[in-house]
Design a protein around this ligand. Structure first.
Ligand code: KIV
Ligand code: ZN
Length: 563
C-alpha cells in the first residue's frame, strides 16, 4: 500500500474497547464557545452589542456554561467580560468561562476581568503535542508540565484572592488528539492534584481535537483510554472539543460521548477556526432525535439561524442538517410522492412504526417550528406527487388522476422553459390558465336552472351565452342542471361532444366554501378535454367547468388526456 505523504497520529495500546457497544443515554453538559473560538474565526468579529445579543441568545436557548472570550488577549474581550459582570447580564443559573494561556501576566489580567463575577470557569490551556512543543514553543515535556502546573497554582491563588467568587478550573492539553496519551494523562492527573478540588468541585479536563487528524473512532479510543488510565476520574469532568478539519466533528463528538465524555464544547452552526468547531445545533438535535432531553431549545431553529447569520455575517448552508433552508424540501418526483403518501398516512404510520416516521424525512419539522408546506418544491425533476401536494396543501384542491397527469406535463414544460424552481403561486396560475377558461369563443353570461312545473324531478335550464361574439338565449330541460345546460348548448353549432367525467369538491370546509368542479368532455374523435369551474354554487361551478372544457376544445388547446 502506498504510504501517505502526511504523518499519521501516533497509536497507543488499548487493553479493552467498550464504547462501540454503548448508546448515548443522557445529555452532556454543554459549553458554548461561540463568543471565543467562534468569534475569533469570523472574518468580521462581532461588535460588543452583537456579542451581548449573542450571549443573550445562548442563554435563551438554554446554555448554562458559556465561554465569553479571551480577556487577556483582546481589549474587546476584556471589556465584554466586564460589561457582562458590571451590567449584571449573567443569569443566576449561567456560568461564564474565560480562556487564558498558561502564562503569568495573562492569568493575572484574566482575573482582573473576572472581578466581581460571583461564579466563573477559568480555562487555561497549553499545547502538549510534540509538534507544538518542538516547533512552536521549543520546550520539552517536562518544561511544558512545569509551566502548566505553575499556572494552575497561580490560578488557585488568584481565585482565592478574588474573595467571594467561586472559580472552577478548566484545563486543556491543546492538541490532545496529537499528544502522547501517557503524557496527557500524567499531566492532567498532576493538574487535578495541584488544584486540589474541594468536594464536589470537579476540574474540567477538556481534551480537544484542536486539529482533526484522527478518525472519530480513534478520538473515542483516546478518550476511553484516557479515562481508564487517569487517577482522578471522580474529581474530573471529561470535556471534548472537536474541530472539523476532516468534516467528522459531530461523529467524533458523539463517539467520545460513548467513550465516557461528560461535557461538549462547540458552537452554533459550527463557527470556529478553519472548518469550524463541532456544530452544537446538529449535536443537540441528533440527541433529541434519540429521545434525550438536552436542555436546549431549538423549537424555532429558523429564527435562531437567521439571527446567527445576521450577527456573524456568515451564511448557513441550505443543506445544514435541521436548520438548512432546503432540508425539509424534496425536489425529485419519487421523493415527493413518497412524502406525500407518508404524510397522508402518518396517523397510521405512527401506530405501525412506534413513533413518527415518514419516508425521506428525518424528523418532524413541526418540532423545529418548520412547516409541511415547504416540503415539496417544484422544478423540472418534480413529479405528480409534488404537484398534487402543492395544490392540496396550498389551495385545497385535489385533482382527478387523469387531470393531474395532464397538468404535470404543463408544469414540466414551464420548469424546462424557465430552468428554475417554480413557486406554488406560479403553479396555481398555470393551473387556472390551462383549465379555467371562461373567456374564449364561448362566454356564459347567465344560467338559471329551475325545477320543471309539471315534473319537479326535471330541470329547465335557461342559458344566456355569447358564442363567437353573438348573443344567444337558449333553453332545454333534462334530469339535472348540468345535463340541461349541455342540452341547451347543443343548439349552437358546436362540434359534437359528450360529457364523460364530472367531479366536484369543496375548497375549504366552511359553510360558504367555494366549490370546484372538474369535467371531461370527449369530442367525436375521442379526444378528451378537461375544464374546471369555481363558484359558491355547485351547479354554477359545474357549468363553468363545461364552458372551460368547451373553450379548450374549440381552440384546440389541450391534449388527448389519458382516460
Ligand atoms: O481547539 C482548541 O484546542 C482550543 C483550546 C483553546 C481548547 O480551542
Ligand atoms: Zn478550539
Amino acid at each position: 500500500m502506498k504510504t501517505s505523504k502526511y504523518a499519521q497520529p501516533q497509536g497507543f495500546e488499548m487493553a479493552r474497547r467498550d464504547w462501540p457497544s454503548r448508546s448515548i443515554r443522557k445529555s452532556p453538559i454543554w459549553n458554548a464557545v461561540d463568543l471565543r473560538d467562534g468569534n475569533q474565526a469570523l472574518p468580521d468579529p462581532m461588535s460588543p452589542a452583537q456579542k451581548k445579543r449573542y450571549f443573550q441568545l445562548l442563554c435563551e436557548i438554554g446554555f448554562k456554561e458559556i465561554e465569553v472570550g479571551f480577556p487577556s488577549a483582546s481589549r474587546d474581550d476584556f471589556q465584554f467580560c466586564r460589561d457582562l459582570i458590571e451590567q449584571k447580564l449573567i443569569p443566576d443559573d449561567v456560568t461564564i468561562a474565560i480562556l487564558t494561556q498558561a502564562r503569568e501576566p495573562l492569568i493575572k489580567r484574566s482575573f482582573e476581568a473576572l472581578r466581581g463575577v460571583g461564579r466563573a470557569i477559568c480555562h487555561v490551556y497549553i499545547a502538549t503535542s510534540d509538534l507544538h512543543m518542538n516547533y512552536v514553543f521549543r520546550k520539552d515535556r517536562a518544561q511544558t508540565a512545569d509551566t502548566a502546573l505553575a499556572s494552575v497554582e497561580l490560578i488557585r491563588r488568584q481565585a482565592k484572592a478574588l474573595g467571594d467568587s467561586e472559580i472552577r478550573l478548566q484545563f486543556s492539553p491543546e492538541e490532545f488528539t496529537d499528544t502522547d496519551l501517557d503524557f496527557a494523562v500524567s499531566l492532567c492527573d498532576q493538574v487535578v492534584e495541584t488544584w486540589q478540588p474541594e468536594r464536589g468541585k470537579k476540574v474540567i479536563l477538556n481534551l480537544p481535537a484542536t486539529v482533526e487528524r484522527r478518525m472519530p473512532n480513534q478520538y473515542a479510543d483516546m478518550v476511553e483510554e484516557f479515562i481508564r488510565r487517569q487517577r482522578h476520574r471522580e474529581q474530573s469532568i471529561i470535556s471534548v472539543h472537536a474541530h472539523n478539519d476532516m468534516g467528522c466533528a459531530v461523529a467524533s463528538t458523539q463517539m467520545t460521548l460513548l467513550a465516557g465524555a461528560d461535557r461538549v464544547e462547540g458552537t452554533l452552526f459550527g463557527h470556529g477556526e478553519r472548518s469550524g468547531n463541532v456544530d452544537l445545533v446538529t449535536m443537540a438535535l441528533n440527541l433529541q432525535y434519540f429521545g434525550i432531553d438536552t436542555g436546549l431549545d431549538f423549537h424555532d431553529v429558523e429564527s435562531i439561524r437567521d439571527e446567527i447569520i445576521k450577527l456573524t455575517g456568515m451564511p448557513v448552508s441550505p443543506r445544514h442538517p435541521y436548520a438548512g433552508e432546503l432540508v425539509f424540501s424534496a425536489f425529485s418526483g419519487s421523493h415527493q410522492d413518497a412524502i406525500h403518501k407518508g404524510l397522508a398516512g402518518r396517523e397510521q404510520l405512527t401506530g405501525d412504526f412506534g413513533g413518527w416516521k415518514i419516508p425521506y424525512l428525518h424528523i418532524d419539522p413541526a418540532e423545529l417550528g418548520r412547516r409541511y408546506e415547504k416540503f415539496i418544491r417544484i422544478n423540472s425533476q418534480s413529479g405528480k406527487g409534488g404537484i398534487a401536494h402543492v395544490l392540496e396543501t396550498d389551495y385545497k384542491v385535489r385533482l382527478p388522476r387523469a387531470l393531474l397527469i395532464d397538468f404535470s406535463r404543463h408544469v414540466q414544460q414551464l420548469a424546462d422553459q424557465v430552468s428554475r424552481e417554480i413557486e406554488s403561486s406560479e403553479i396555481w396560475q398555470l393551473f387556472n390558465q390551462c383549465y379555467n377558461r371562461q373567456e374564449g369563443p364561448l362566454v356564459m353570461d347567465k344560467y338559471w336552472p329551475r325545477p320543471n312545473h309539471d315534473d319537479p324531478a326535471r330541470i329547465d335550464g335557461e342559458v344566456h351565452v355569447r358564442f363567437k361574439g353573438e348573443r344567444h338565449e337558449l333553453t332545454a330541460s333534462a334530469n339535472g342542471p348540468v345535463a340541461a345546460f349541455v342540452h341547451a348548448l347543443e343548439k349552437l353549432s358546436l362540434p359534437s361532444f359528450s360529457l364523460e367525467e364530472y367531479e366536484e369538491d369543496a375548497i375549504g370546509s366552511s359553510a360558504d366554501a367555494q366549490a370546484i368542479t372538474f369535467v371531461r368532455l370527449d369530442d367525436d374523435e375521442k379526444r378528451s378535454w378537461y375544464g374546471i369551474g369555481f363558484d359558491q354554487n355547485i351547479d354554477q361551478a359545474a357549468v363553468r367547468a363545461v364552458v372551460s372544457a368547451l373553450n379548450r376544445m374549440l381552440e384546440g388547446k389541450g391534449e388527448n388526456v389519458a382516460k
